[in-house]
Design a protein around this ligand. Sequence first.
Ligand code: C5P
Length: 220
Amino acid sequence: AENLPLYNKKVLITAGPTYEAIDPVRFIGNHSSGKMGFELAAAAHAAGAQVTLISGPTHLENPNEDIKIIRVQSAVEMYNAATDHFSEVDIAIASAAVSDYRPKISASQKIKKSAETMELQLVKNPDILASLGEFKKHQLLVGFALETENEEENASGKLKRKNLDFIVLNSLNDSGAGFKSETNKVKILFKDEKVKAFPLKSKREVAQDILNEIILLLDE
Ligand code: C5P
């Protein structure tokens, strides 16, 4: 295993959606499948890394028993797990679709139907990736962006604000890319302003492309 490119490297990956409880039976969530993150975990493991995968709720199984999976529900739980492990790792990849807000109060009992309208007050969740960017020392840090307008400009803003080495921009303007699909079409924006565009591929192949870029940066 010593000749594998990520031999002796520790990799942390966040994946999937987060569920923000409204009450014991309801939540605010999103349609993220977790596939991209699980493929990244499998590819990093195959490249010889020691992988910790922090996943929100998904139906996906652990791709390999040597991958340590920490299953969480909410953004706060994901934040706690990610910040607990970050100082020990060499590489962190944030592919989770974290809910930006959570209900201010999660009711302890199921909320009863009553008035014609009801209001739910939301508070901001921590930005996990931005926090890792602040804590970053030797680590290589990678994020994702999914934009509907001014794609490259917004993604490059996040790359800088969150102190990343590169950001993977998912294109929503291409059919076959994004959330639930098996395929993805990405551009990678680097902190030196270089941009690499990739064709539509399976998420497995996209994961390999992303790892190849990480391996290239480690070799520099
Ligand atoms: O800011 P935006 O949500 O578009 O940024 C996307 C990137 O930031 C993704 O890599 C995502 O996993 C990460 N993120 C996070 N915690 C949040 C929001 C986003 O780690 N609360």
